[in-house]
Design a protein around this ligand. Structure first.
Ligand code: DGL
Length: 268
């Protein structure tokens, strides 16, 4: 048993989708969330910058005495996970392998779309994993960089989001994919728009449930599940006020102001 919290980080709000998955599957696990709201987006940055930011995020969470780290960011998971795992002793779990596995299981026609940030799509991480799991799967990938600012600015259900998504998703529609990996943790907030465009039959696989299941498995196998009531703390690198409103709306639970704190991430 290990009652220390799980550390979770993302460039901003997106990782809350994974946090929500963890809260519902593992209600006894305490969580420390870090959203790098001052430096979002990560997905348009160079590999070296993404590694540097990922290292700082991990260092901060380690300073909070977490027992494990969940990289709730498709970009860092795709570009920097191996590096982070190599340079730290603590278990670090990304979102790519478990999510790709869920998509490989879900597809019927073996045509899978992958959408994510530029960094994620350029890395080919989800595509490589899908091919490794099943060499017959065809993938169609599309970077959707404008989705992140739409979500961060709360435009995810707006007509502008619909018009942009229509353009991004056109090649996936043309190729007849029956399953789409939402390879960026911000994208579940756009599920309504994506479904409206692709049709209700297209399966949308996001990172939350597969990643939470993987975390549960790792904790159980290492005998590190918690048996205490969960405590949640949130840290951001930009103003805490805006984060609180959105996070409460999104997680559907109250987050007292005292539980959201600003941190100077450059110090880590
Ligand atoms: N939520 C992120 C991801 O999954 C990052 C978006 C960004 O910072 O560009 O890739």
């Amino acid at each position: 048993m290990d009652n220390r919290p799980i550390g979770v980080f993302d460039s901003g709000f997106g990782g809350l989708t994974v946090t929500k998955g963890l809260m519902s599957l593992l209600p006894k696990e305490s969580i420390i969330y870090f959203g790098d709201t001052a430096r979002v987006p990560y997905g348009t940055r160079s590999k070296n910058t993404i590694i540097k930011y990922g290292q700082q995020d991990v260092n901060f969470l380690i300073s909070q005495n977490v027992k494990m780290i969940v990289v709730a960011c498709g970009t860092v998971s795709s570009v920097a996970l191996a590096h982070l795992q190599k340079t730290h002793d603590i278990p670090i779990i990304g979102v790519v392998s478990s999510t790709a596995k869920a998509a490989a299981t879900a597809t019927r026609n073996k045509k899978v779309g992958v959408i994510g940030t530029k960094g994620t799509i350029n890395s080919g991480s989800f595509e490589d994993e899908l091919l490794r799991l099943d060499g017959k799967i065809e993938t169609v990938s599309r970077a959707c960089p404008l989705f992140v600012p739409l979500v961060e600015n709360r435009f995810a259900t707006n007509q502008a989001a619909y018009l942009i998504a229509e353009q991004y998703l056109e090649p996936l529609k043309q190729r007849g994919v029956d399953t789409i990996i939402l390879g960026c943790t911000h994208f579940p907030l756009l599920k309504g728009v994506i479904s409206a465009i692709m049709g209700a039959d297209t399966k949308l696989i996001d990172c939350a449930a597969p990643t939470a299941a993987k975390v549960a498995d790792v904790l159980a196998k290492s005998n590190a599940l918690s048996d205490q009531d969960a405590v949640y703390k949130f840290y951001v690198s930009d103003s805490a006020d805006e984060f609180t409103d959105f996070a409460e709306l999104f997680l559907n639970r109250e987050i007292p102001n005292a539980d959201v704190m600003q941190v100077d991430i450059e110090r880590y």
